[in-house]
Design a protein around this ligand. Structure first.
Ligand SMILES: [Zn+2]
Length: 801
């Protein structure tokens, strides 16, 4: 496994563990109280694993607004390792607080990923730069004990790219039309990463005469089908299923193009929905930071976006030759020339704040200026010649700087709202590069297996599937081209704060999985911050961000959506609401016992599918309601979907730990693992999505009411009794104990406690229990109508002597 190559710098600190009294803010986001060199604010972050002794300490890290990953490993002794992104100076603080930690993943490794990706993209561009040519290597039929089979091998000149798809159509015998016999996508065959050919093996009814292979790159070829005469016939027992459509980490521009081309290729089955709220855009104001120390430095920011002229502005601080010169400024085209004041000896006497005042008065058509991090600005400035303002964005010009239209791919034979909706969305967090691959792989599998795979056809014909592969395109571009640890979007809400300087730019943005309105930090829930530089910044208000508004819009527009999967990385978790708690660990309302049972039951189907790919087991300790297995995430999107829209909303954390043979322990995979690992994660969690489609399909078909039973039932008892309810399937029990008719307003059977089963009712005196059960699909026991006049609910009189 490639994981072995990872260099582990193990730094163990054995101080006694202290509680964290002050938040760990990055040196990059601290106020300049004394004059310090600007250099000390330039630090490269790394991913480290911090050892914490218990849940309370973990919550303190969460409350401190620390940049925690979604990976928390609990040891058998009850202690935890939590991965976090930290700078060297933060590490120092962690060490001083007595925490143990180790560096897992450094910036250098991320750079390696980017280099890998670049060379792969180049290879793919070459492969797909022109129409491909197709060679049909074999086109045979054969018969065996179980039927007649079609076997085809074809090779495309663009085979290096795994998004190149070959589709076969064939006739139903000589003289019939091509296509009348059937249609299927060929499966790509590789050996040690090298493309060999595409292949097809399917049972057929009629023996075809001619076959035609077409590529989505334009190539086409036909052949006559002959009988397989040799021995060694392919094994027809494996159903033909095509998968594996991702071969490199993709940026949001590529991902969006991919779903567009899929919709174009499969107009009958898919369409693109443009979400109404454009992102702010992969863009920044151009800035310059003049000076060497916090007190003598000047932060200059362009009025225009960098790409719209800000990057053309430059600024000079000139020292005049004369003594007792006055501070003055003139603008020469796009160059701002400040002539500094001098004293009687001819030395510069202008302070940073003098220069700032002047810039704000006389150059305000081009720029604004400020001190660094709230410094006094009373230091004397240093002359500088022609410093260019820069937006510091390194993506190639092919990445648009304009606001981005986030798109959903809607897949289904009937996309009219009549079918049960499933909503999958990924990359709320920019740095989670594997997650959009899960979405793309899922979409391709649905579309390319539709023609010949009955399972897939079942999903596409009966469900209405919405996939948003990249919720946060601006952040994703920034993560791929500028700062790989970027988690948030790119909207800068620090503009009028002390953190508006360019050294804080990696800390701007809103955490899109903390910006929602349910269980928000603004309502007192923890795991989000109101500080604009925090990794879990919730935004200036609830649902302030266009990217978050898009998800809500989609749920609102499509009330048929009943299931959602919020795809994150890493850690190998499978979770559901509630997702947030207050500092006293009061969670949002727990689902009822019946709903909780349904979440668990569905999880089994989904986790089984994941395991099928390479044996990855999502641990029971990482499956369950979020507060039970991870940490509070105030204002997350799954909670918004569940509590406001009644959608069964899960969170995937793809990327389960990998067993490290050499070290004899589990090791985390990180946000941007070597592609080989990222690819495997995409494959197994795309499997998991099929599990979700299966759950949704069963739901859609479920018209059968549940049956329930109270134990002990009616009767006469000597002592108080504890009554429990069983149902034929996961179902919510609504009940009354006062003889009234049970309705949807009645009490519901809840779960007893964290990770426990359903509560029981303690009956101490003679009582008649009235109740009914309702399953996840909304079927009510005995077709009882709780809003009507009927009385066909369950009754049990418990007489206590
Ligand atoms: Zn995430």
């Amino acid at each position: 496994m490639t994981m072995k190559k990872r260099s582990l710098i193990v730094v163990l600190v054995t101080l006694s563990i202290l509680l964290i009294a002050t938040p760990f803010f990055n040196s990059n986001t601290t106020i300049a109280t004394t004059s310090q060199p600007l250099k000390s604010f330039e630090e490269k972050a790394a991913l480290v694993s911090i050892h914490v002794k218990d849940r309370t300490e973990l919550d303190k890290l969460v409350e401190a607004g620390f940049d925690l990953t979604e990976h928390v490993h609990q040891h058998e002794d009850g202690t935890y390792d939590v991965d976090a992104i930290v700078t060297p100076s933060e590490l120092k603080k962690i060490r001083n607080q007595g925490f143990e930690f180790e560096t897992v993943y450094t910036k250098a490794e991320a750079e390696q990923r980017i280099a890998e990706r670049k060379s792969q993209v180049k290879k793919l561009d070459q492969a797909t730069s022109s129409e491909d040519s197709i060679t049909i290597l074999r086109a045979n039929f054969f018969e065996n004990y179980s039927g007649t089979f079609l076997y085809v091998e074809a090779k495309t000149s663009a085979g290096a790219a795994s998004n190149v798809a070959l589709t076969a159509t064939w006739d139903a015998g000589k003289g019939t039309e091509i296509g009348s016999g059937g249609e299927a996508t060929l499966r790509r065959v590789e050996d040690y990463g090298e493309y060999l050919y595409h292949q097809l093996l399917l049972p057929i009814e009629e023996i075809p005469h001619q076959i035609k292979i077409e590529s989505n790159q334009g190539g086409t070829s036909t052949a006559t089908i002959s009988e397989w005469l040799g021995e060694d016939k392919p094994d027809p027992d494996k159903p033909h299923y095509v998968s594996d459509f991702v071969d490199h980490y993709m940026d949001s521009t590529e991902i969006t193009e991919r779903i567009e081309s899929l919709a174009e290729e499969f107009p009958e089955l898919a369409e693109v929905i443009e979400l109404p709220n454009q992102s702010n855009g992969y863009r920044r104001k151009a800035q310059a930071l003049l000076g060497d120390n916090t007190n003598d430095s000047v932060v200059v920011t362009s009025n225009d976006w960098g790409h719209e002229g800000g990057n053309d502005i430059s600024i000079s601080l000139e020292k005049p030759e004369e003594e007792q010169a006055e501070l003055s400024l003139h603008i020469d085209g796009q160059e701002i020339v400040v002539s500094l004041a001098t004293d009687e000896n001819g030395n510069v006497s202008s302070t940073a704040s003098d220069v700032i005042t002047l810039l704000n008065q006389e150059a305000n058509e081009l720029v604004s200026a400020d001190t660094f991090r709230g410094a006094e600005g009373d230091g004397i400035v240093t002359p500088e010649s022609s410093v260019q303002l820069d937006d510091n964005l390194d993506a190639p010009d092919s990445i648009s700087r304009d606001p981005f239209t986030v798109k959903a791919l809607r897949i289904g034979k009937h996309r009219d709202g009549s079918k049960t909706g499933v909503f999958a969305y990924s990359q709320e967090h920019a740095r989670e590069w594997v997650t959009p691959l899960v979405s793309i792989e899922t979409a391709e599998r649905l579309l390319r297996n539709y023609a010949h795979d009955p399972e897939t056809r079942k999903y596409v014909d009966n469900l209405d599937i919405f996939i948003v592969p990249t919720v946060n395109p601006d952040g994703a571009h920034f993560s791929m081209y500028d700062y790989n640890w970027q988690r948030k979007n790119m909207t800068n809400h620090c503009v009028d704060t002390d953190f508006s300087d360019p050294l804080a730019q990696d800390y701007w943005g809103v955490d899109l999985n903390r910006n929602h309105s349910v269980g928000s930090v603004h309502d007192g829930y923890i795991g989000a911050s109101t500080n604009c530089t925090s990794a879990v910044y919730a935004g200036p208000e609830e649902v302030s961000e266009p990217e978050a508004q898009n998800l809500i819009w989609l749920a609102e527009q499509n009330p048929n959506i009943k299931f959602a999967m919020n795809i994150h990385s890493y850690g190998g978790y499978f979770m559901w609401p509630p997702g947030a708690y207050t500092e006293n660990r009061e969670t949002l309302p727990r689902p009822t016992a019946g709903e909780e049972a349904y979440f668990w039951q569905a999880s089994e189907t989904i986790l089984d599918e994941i395991r099928d790919y390479r044996g990855t087991v999502i641990l029971p300790s990482r499956t369950g309601p979020i507060p039970d297995v991870l940490y509070s995430a105030a204002g997350n999107s799954a909670d918004a979907l569940w509590y406001d829209y009644g959608i069964y909303a899960w969170d995937f954390e793809v990327g389960a730990d990998i067993w490290n043979e050499e070290q004899g322990r589990w090791q985390s995979v990180g946000f941007q693992p070597p592609f080989e690992e990222g690819h495997a994660e995409a494959m197994e969690f795309a499997n998991g999505m099929n599990g979700l489609f299966d759950v949704a399909y069963q739901y859609a078909k479920d018209k059968k009411p549940p049956k329930s039973k109270a134990t002990p039932g009616k009767g006469t008892y000597d002592e108080p009794v504890e009554v429990s309810f069983d149902s034929s399937e996961p179902a919510t029990i609504y009940y009354t104990l006062d003889g009234s008719k049970p309705t949807f307003e009645s009490d519901k059977i809840q779960i007893k406690d964290t990770r426990e089963g359903a509560e029981t009712l303690m009956i101490e005196e003679t009582t008649t229990i009235h109740w009914f059960a309702m399953d996840a699909a909304g079927n009510v026991e005995k077709h009882y109508n709780p809003d009507g006049n009927g009385n066909n609910y369950n009754k049990a009189k418990i007489t206590i002597k």
